[in-house]
Design a protein around this ligand. Structure first.
Ligand SMILES: Cc1cc2nc3c(=O)[nH]c(=O)nc-3n(C[C@H](O)[C@H](O)[C@H](O)COP(=O)(O)OP(=O)(O)OC[C@H]3O[C@@H](n4cnc5c(N)ncnc54)[C@H](O)[C@@H]3O)c2cc1C
Length: 509
């Protein structure tokens, strides 16, 4: 395969095309009705709905709004989450499939209604979504999915051709789905949140949550927020004193390129039924229409040199669109649950004032809105039509025991493998390279930057002690167990860790 040389480091179009919103850092102690941890689409949607319902809210964001998974997504707003409906029906019954369809279709309408009401300019457009296959083995499954989706009231059809330049065997289409620019939407929604009693704080990482009469939240700078209700919308839950979420959320990364093709894009949003996964949508930009192609997902911190995933995606993009120019590339991760349904609702059965929303399995645009609606309804009226299906403590987590056991064996293997694997001891490094070495019996990750300075960190994850792996494409240290990621200087990028890596003093050049 011809090796493609990228002119620029990875950077998502969504961040490149929006400016940063200017919000304060929390510099005093405050009291609100509801504190929301995380300023991605989940946190902002929760804050927006709760404020509309009359609560005073404070969003606490560790970094900047919408720079996490939401700033790196592909932003299809759809109830078509792969071939999910027959899986839910088999696993949990028809009623559950019905609820999942109703919740996610309602979320599309809700997002559109907000965009219309607030006149948000975020490139929202209605689109048809397709799951397609190039293999005979998937045709029957696709046919069955189309049939079930119709029974569930979705505008679904079984088709044998699509307008992409790909020869397919079959596809299931869902009509009246949508796409948008997620950060333009999120930043506009956020504008409605701050007033006298409600706030957004950025660069205010939450490091502790204590339960007293109310909840007491502490930020890294030592400031306190007292709140009756707390919603954890930090992607991976930043509260690990209970709930065993580390054993039932699994991080997967995937990759995206945005290309300028010679051919016009026919419209629509597409994803494969089979592996390797491939997805398509268009992207209206100031430079004309681009095509986003996604895929190459793998468990975070595991698998081949991550640079290879971008190479594979470029090779594929050029196979489908010969001569295409690669304008943007980026990658991100999302969390999966054992039964593929997100967690949205009470953090634990006995925490009526502590809530969680995560585990969207790469379908967080609608599922964040579903989560926000569930949490708003639980707070305001004590019930939601979808609370059982999305209940983070539901019985089906235990019932999906095989996935649960396999995934946790994988985590345990990574933990042990990381501790036992042989470590190279010579530090000969090219600029831009990293490796793990032994210093005084400890594993130390060394990265040599372009100026020749070496950055040394302890490669033990500060979350639960797994051994970090070097991610050459993004120049980060990634945890193969629970998905925490750190810069080569040890700062937290994302994941459950709330402490940076220990930096190690050693040779610097
Ligand atoms: C490659 C890829 C493509 C995808 N495409 C789609 C798609 O087309 N359609 C779709 O529906 N979904 C898609 N998804 C999924 C979707 O992007 C995510 O589910 C969604 O963005 C998650 O939003 P979030 O707000 O929960 O998390 P995030 O956007 O990551 O926000 C969480 C925020 O919490 C903050 N935070 C973390 N810890 C703390 C702390 N201790 N204190 C304070 N703040 C904290 C973080 O800084 C971050 O800003 C995709 C996912 C991937 C990986």
């Amino acid at each position: 395969m011809e090796k493609y040389t990228f002119a620029q480091p990875p950077h998502p179009y969504w961040l490149a095309s929006t400016s940063d919103a200017d919000y304060p850092v929390l510099d005093r102690d405050i009291k609100v009705d509801a504190a929301i941890i995380g300023g991605g689409i989940t946190g902002i949607s929760c804050a927006y709905l709760l404020k509309k319902a009359g609560l005073s809210v404070a969003v606490l964001e560790a970094d900047r709004l919408g720079q996490g998974a939401t700033g790196h997504t592909t932003a299809k707003i759809t109830s078509q989450h792969g071939l999910i409906y027959n899986k839910i029906k088999k696993q949990m019954g028809m009623e559950a499939a019905q609820q999942y369809a109703a919740a996610n279709e309602q979320a599309i309408r809700e997002i559109e209604a907000i965009i219309q009401e607030k006149e948000i300019d975020c490139d929202f457009s209605r689109q048809t979504a397709y799951v397609y296959t190039e293999r005979d083995g998937y045709v029957q499954e696709i046919e069955e999915e189309a049939k079930l989706a119709q029974e569930l009231g979705i505008e679904a059809n079984f088709v044998t051709e699509i307008e992409l330049p790909i020869k397919i065997k079959a596809a299931v289409s869902f009509g009246k789905q949508a796409q948008f620019h997620p950060r333009k939407y999120l930043l506009a929604l956020a504008q409605d949140i701050p007033d006298d009693n409600s706030h957004i704080f950025i660069q205010s990482r939450v490091v502790d949550i204590d339960e007293e009469k109310n909840y007491l939240i502490t930020t890294a700078a030592g400031k306190k927020v007292v709140a009756e209700k707390v919603i954890i919308a930090s992607h991976y839950p930043c509260y690990n004193k209970a709930g065993l979420y580390f054993a039932r959320l699994f991080p997967h990364r995937s990759y995206v390129v945005a290309i300028k093709a010679q051919e016009a894009y026919p419209g629509g949003m597409y994803i494969t039924a089979e592996e390797p996964g491939r997805s398509f949508r268009s992207l209206p930009t100031e430079d004309g229409e681009l095509i986003m192609i996604g895929g190459e997902h793998h468990k975070t911190g595991q698998g081949v040199d991550t640079r290879q995933h971008y190479q594979n995606l470029v090779a594929y993009a050029r196979e489908v669109y010969p001569g295409a120019e690669i304008l943007y590339r980026w990658s991100t991760q999302d969390y999966l649950t054992p039964d593929q349904i997100p967690y949205a609702g009470y953090f634990l059965p006995n925490t009526p004032n502590l809530f969680l929303a995560t585990g969207f399995r790469r379908w967080g645009m609608t599922n964040s809105m579903v989560s926000a609606m569930i949490i708003r309804d639980l707070i305001v009226s004590g019930e939601s039509p979808w609370q059982d299906l999305y209940n983070p403590s539901r019985q089906t987590i235990a019932a999906s025991g095989k996935t649960f056991v396999v995934e946790n064996l994988n985590v345990a293997n990574q933990l042990i493998k990381g501790k036992l694997s042989a470590v190279p001891t010579d530090t000969e490094l090219e600029a831009g390279e990293a490796k793990v070495i032994m210093i005084d019996g400890d594993k130390v990750g060394v990265y040599k930057d372009e100026k020749g300075t070496q950055h040394l960190v302890d490669t033990t994850c500060t979350h639960l002690g797994c051994e970090l792996k070097w991610n050459a494409a993004e120049k980060s240290w990634d945890c193969p167990c629970h998905g925490s990621r750190f810069t080569y200087e040890g700062e937290i990028i994302e994941g459950p860790a709330v402490k940076p890596l220990r930096t190690v003093k050693g040779q610097t050049d």
